[in-house]
Ligand binder design. Structure first.
Ligand SMILES: [Zn+2]
Length: 236
């Protein structure tokens, strides 16, 4: 609204406006407000809450933009991601960009796969493009298993198997490059890493009662699932 709209007469209005302007000019007031927003000092409680809310929204937006940007780049430039997307498509489960969604998450995870919702990328938990590549590869291996092998996600052994494969074949244990080159000389250290990560994931399964339960499930399927490097062994 403008000052003149509120004024019944031009004469008295001009006087009222200039008196107000002399105590606090609009430019000064604007500057004061922007500084207060910037520093957070001198704000009322409701202004503080509003500032906090705006900062959180800005962070959400910034994280989302960064996450989406990395995702789009990886989908065309990462040999690992391009390879997995190609094999998902060949298996009849094409994964478009919209099936891999960036969202804020709690601190316990970096990503997730759900047969109903696709892949979740935790925009606030993924620290670099490389980390996102590993996370996305891990979830795409779950998606591949779900598409190709009809995983029963409530079955602990099925879940253990796909977690072993995801940890083994994604960059989780820093092995993906070697696997892509066709080197399958898995070191003891690599095996220990895969096992540890698979147990950690299985432990969170609703049907898993204890770490021992998770370890048992992982050990039961270990030999066949660790050896199963599909789709990577189809390169040559
Ligand atoms: Zn997993």
């Amino acid at each position: 609204m403008s000052a003149t709209n509120e004024l019944p007469q031009a004469g008295s209005g001009t006087a009222a406006f200039s008196a107000e302007a002399s105590t606090s000019s609009p430019a000064f007031e604007q500057w004061r407000k922007s500084m207060a927003q910037f520093t957070g000092l001198g704000l009322s409680d409701s202004e503080q809450a509003e500032r906090q809310r705006r900062l959180e929204l800005q962070t959400l937006e910034k994280d989302w933009d960064r996450c989406e940007g990395w995702k789009k780049e990886l989908m065309t430039t990462s040999p690992m991601i391009v390879f997995l997307l190609k094999h998902l498509k060949m298996a009849g489960c094409e994964f478009p960009s919209s099936a891999m969604q960036c969202h804020p998450c709690d601190p316990s995870r970096a990503g997730g796969f759900s047969p109903a919702h696709g892949i979740l990328l935790c925009q606030n938990r993924v620290s670099s493009k490389k980390h996102m590549e590993d996370t996305l590869a891990h979830e795409l291996i779950h998606a591949y298993d779900h598409c190709k092998f009809k995983v029963d996600w409530m079955n602990l052994r099925h879940h253990a198997c796909t977690e072993i494969r995801a940890a083994n074949l994604s960059g989780d244990c820093r092995w993906s490059r070697e696997v892509q080159r066709g080197h399958y000389a898995f070191s003891k250290q690599h095996q220990a890493c895969v096992k540890r990560r698979a147990v950690l994931s299985v432990k969170d399964h609703p049907n898993c009662k204890s770490v021992e339960d998770a370890e048992r499930a992982v050990n039961e399927v270990w030999d066949s699932c660790f050896k199963d490097t599909r789709p990577f062994d189809e390169i040559y």
